[in-house]
Design a protein around this ligand. Structure first.
Ligand code: AMP
Length: 389
């Protein structure tokens, strides 16, 4: 069993917390600080135990020099200081004398945030390849390690798996909360329903196979619905198709056809954009040059009828191209339906969580998971390497 922060001795210790401060930044502003706010419970608990706190996180991806500036974590230390009402000292280094001196002069209840762990990816991808030298160096900076970054738990990086293999370690409150909610889906209140959307079937094959053994209904929308419709023999025009997954769709429809609900209508355009000749069509009417960009009204009603009797819902992937005003309609309607009818819903994955934020309903959703890939891998039944025992 993976240990939680309350299971290990941290009092007065130097604690390294791997946080998820991978926040969206535009024009030098954090446009959504939910991830920072979500980290507070663990940080405050460590403060209450008189720890010296060393925070680590990645931010974005670092492939070349020009990625460094736009993924500088300093901006996070400022926001964190504001929401904690306490100074968080930022060290613009991932290793070296300056960092070591700052840590060795720390007093209890002081907090340091070190520079983006992925700065170590610039030469030799040391963070992302879990470089052993880097892992043992970072571990040498603290006495205890707490992993509170769920979104990277499916990756084996130096800042999670690497450090944990050298120090007494546990998960923080945020990761614990994620696991508790995702566990609910392993034995869901029945009837239970999964809604899947988004682009590609191939990314979700594992999750589809695993969840279909547990849930009562699988509602399929988004671009991936067209691969299923094609497998059923429908014409799908120019809609997105994941050709490699057609056989998988055929098999899964044969095996679980009674649980799977596909769209009966769609909103189409001739081009992948927000304006033009937008039409509402039954799926039997799709022309060669049509692109299905959202599910239609009849499908929304069919989905709502099933959701009305569902006690637990898990949703990954938007039902249409929610980034475009004309094709976010079904996603918005279903989100509002779930909220208005108080249906216990767990959202997993960046896009559907972003849709819920955009629709202004995120605070009314039962639980929005912070992990995309990690959530899906967990629901596939895979062990997450970042959560080592
Ligand atoms: P995924 O990462 O597979 O969950 O895909 C999310 C993306 O799927 C979003 O950016 C949506 O715009 C896109 N998407 C949803 N519905 C469609 C569709 N009908 N055609 C093309 N892309 C879609």
């Amino acid at each position: 069993m993976v240990k939680t922060i309350k299971d290990i001795e941290i009092e007065n210790k130097k604690v390294i917390i791997r946080c998820d401060f991978n926040v969206p930044i535009e024009n030098n502003h954090i446009i959504d600080d939910k991830r920072i706010i979500s980290s507070l419970e663990t940080i405050k608990y460590c403060l209450s135990k008189n720890c010296k706190i060393i925070l680590m996180s990645h931010l974005g991806r670092i492939k070349e020099e020009s990625d460094l500036k736009k993924n500088d974590l300093r901006i996070v230390s400022k926001r964190l200081s504001e929401v904690l009402h306490k100074n968080v000292k930022f060290i613009n280094k991932t290793r070296g004398r300056k960092l070591e001196d700052a840590i060795s002069s720390m007093k209890s209840k002081q907090i340091i945030l070190i520079q983006n762990t992925r700065y170590e990816d610039l030469i030799g991808k040391k963070e992302s390849s879990n470089d052993p030298e880097l892992a043992s160096y970072w571990a040498s900076l603290g006495e205890v390690f707490i992993n509170d970054a769920f979104a990277t738990a499916h990756r084996s990086h130096a800042s999670n798996v690497g450090i944990a293999s050298h120090l007494p370690h546990a998960i923080g409150f945020l990761v614990e909360k994620e696991l508790t909610h995702l566990e609910e889906l392993k034995c869901p209140d029945k009837p239970s329903t999964v809604i899947l959307g988004g682009k590609k079937v191939s990314d979700k094959i594992g999750v589809i196979e695993n969840l279909l053994t547990k849930v009562d209904y699988l509602l399929i929308g988004g671009g991936m619905a067209f691969t299923f419709l094609k497998a059923e023999g429908y014409k799908t025009g120019m809609s997105i198709i994941d050709d490699e997954s057609i056989d998988f769709c055929k098999n899964i429809l044969k095996k679980y056809g009674d649980k799977i609900v596909l769209p009966v209508d769609t909103r189409t355009n001739k081009e992948f954009k927000d304006e033009g000749s937008i039409e509402h069509k039954d799926i039997t009417e799709i022309d060669d040059n049509d692109i299905g960009l959202d599910i239609g009204e009849k499908t929304v009603t069919n989905f709502e009828n099933i959701l009305a009797k569902s006690k637990t819902v898990f949703w990954n992937g938007p039902l249409g191209v929610y980034e475009l005003e004309n094709f976010k309609i079904a996603t918005d309607k279903i989100l509002n339906y779930l909220v208005d009818n108080n249906i216990k819903t767990i959202l997993g994955g960046g896009d559907v969580v972003a849709s819920a934020k955009k629709a202004g309903v995120i605070d009314k959703i039962y639980y929005a998971s912070t992990g995309g890939g990690a959530t899906l891998e967990y629901l596939e039944g895979k062990d997450l390497p970042g959560l080592i025992e």
